[in-house]
Structures are given as C-alpha cells and as structure tokens.
Design a protein around this ligand. Sequence first.
Ligand code: AMP
Length: 364
Amino acid sequence: MTAFPPGSTIGILGGGQLGRMLALAAARLGLKVHVFAPEADSPAFDVAARHIRAAYDDRDALADFARSIDVATYEFENIPLTTVELLSQHVPVRPGAKALACAQDRLNEKILARELGAGTADFADIASREALLAALDNGFPVPCVLKTRRFGYDGKGQVKILARADAAAAWDAIGGQPAILESFVGFDIEVSIVAARGVDGEFRAFDLTENEHRNHILHRSLAPARIGPDTSAHAIDIARRIAANLDYVGVFAIEFFAMPPGNSDSILVNEIAPRVHNSGHWTMDGAETCQFEQHIRAVAGWPLGSTGRKAPAVEMLNLIGDDIHAWPKIAAEPGAHFHHYGKREARPGRKMGHVNRLLGPQSG
Ligand code: AMP
C-alpha cells in the first residue's frame, strides 16, 4: 500500500466544523491540510496550512488546489459531483465519486441498501405531484414522509403527510423537487454506525451509537447504543457490505432506525453519510482513535487505528446556538471534554460546539 507520509498535504473540500476537526487530526499525524470552501467565515480556515476561498465550480481555483495537494477528501456530501470528478483527474479523491453519487441521493441509498439485503422503510420514487397523488391513491400507507432526494439535512427538505389531502401542500413545501416517499417508521430508537474502510479494504467500526434529536438536529449521542449484540452485529455487517460495494475509502456513517421487538427487521437503514459524522464526535475523547484521525489515516493510505472504547459509556452533547454561552461552566467541569468550533455568531440551530463525557457503567 502506498501511503502519503507525514509532510504530505491533504486537500479538504468544505470548511465547516468537520473540516476543522479533520485538519486538527491531520496535524497531529504530521500531515498538512489545505481547505477549499466558498464561505469567508469557514471554521476550518483557522486551522489549515492554506485555504482557497472559491466556488466549487471555479475550475481555475480547483486546478490550483489540485496542484497544491497530494490527495483530496470532502467534509460534506453536497459538494457537486463534477467538482470531485474534476479533481480526480489530478489527485486521488477519497471517498471516490461513486460513493458520493450514491450518498447524495436518498433514493439511490435506499435502493443500494435493499440490494445488499438491508431493510429500509417502504419507499416510492416521486418525480412529480401526479406521481405523489398516484402513490397515495395506490395504497402507499399514511402517515408517510416526503423527502427531497438531494440536499436535505437536519430535517430540511422533508415533510410529513398525514392524509392524502396534505399531498399537494407537501409537494409545494419541498419545492417540487425530485423526491422519495417513505413510510413513517415506528422505531424504538435511532442508532448510527460510524466505520472506516481503508485503501486496502480493511474495515473497522466504532461501537454503535444511540442518537436523540431535538427539532430534527442531533442533541445527544450515547455509545454504546442500548441494542442487542445481534442487532449490532447486523448493523456492522450492513456497513461492511455497503462500504465494499461503493469501493469506499474513509470514514462514513449509516443512520438506522432500531425497531421494537417483533418486527421482521431489527434495524432499517435511513441514511448514509459519506463523511465523518456528528454522531461519531464521542470518539474524539472516548475511543482509542477518533473518527477524524481514522478518516485521515484512511485517506492517506495509512493503517486504520483501533476503534476500542475508553470507558463503559461515552456521551456527546451538541451545543446548538445559545447553548455555547455555557462554555465557562463546561470548561470548569472536571472530566468534561469541551470542543468549540470557532464560529463567531451563535445563530439558532447552528452547531457551535459539543461536549464529551466519559461515563461509568450506566443505564443511560
Ligand atoms: P433524515 O434527514 O432522513 O435523517 O430525517 C431526520 C429525522 O426525521 C430522523 O432522524 C427521524 O427522527 C425522522 N424521520 C426521517 N424519516 C423517517 C421515517 N421514514 N419514519 C419516521 N421518522 C423519520
């Protein structure tokens, strides 16, 4: 395996907090990071050796970026596919365009999950208002959720349909874009897996994580998730198969719905994220290798690190908007591991930081 040794430069497309934490992890391994992002106040710019501020379709800026790096990655999935394809002509981009194309589209993700034997919510491809009405007329169960196939996050681009009469308004609410209709799942808890696949196909998963959302934004994660060993093994197996199928290199996450006892599937795949993930932030202080280092290792062609957990349980709390103003109290708390993303303005719903706590044996 050819690895990029310390001193090499990794290019990161996207300048948010995930890019920032990737850059910090890379620095620890002696690797340099160049960040490419359009926004002036990108949190990753502060900690990168170099940054290029340009639009993702700026070909000259991308060519300049490509010349200055050895290998590229990205920190969010809404990077245009053409940007990744263009960069790939000059440097390896990990994960590659195939993985990005799949994970940018909720319909493709679900089709792949089913092909590989994983359960998902029932779904239908909805290309028009008429298709939505037809699906409901043909017995698609309500309640259900209409989601844009692309560009949705934190509950944006999705709307619940309680009855056929809601359909037209739902179609308008998502902006009349290509969509997927999903049956509404009566899940027990939401869990996710964060795992990595190396250049040579090596696969390693962190413990499954249990996730609690508030206002569609992740509020709290707990590792390990309170699910049985068979369910956990099943999730790991699904993750391994999906990663192999996509020729994946790097860290990724799969969000699952864990079902109550008595369902034919113990877990259903909800979403695949082709990047480091908020539900893996606990690994920064609670695992032998954190997800950011693991991603950098994979992208640089290094051996993957151990995913062992350092405490009986680990909790991560997101600091959203004004939550960040509690930083003096958190900073003074023994054993609290505080992470601030360096964003100046605490807008409502904005992820400003998080705090990790290692817990003893516990009931949650
Ligand atoms: P997503 O953007 O797909 O991760 O959805 C955001 C949140 O909405 C999920 O974390 C769930 O809490 C909820 N949700 C999404 N899809 C469904 C579904 N098919 N059934 C029930 N809840 C859902």
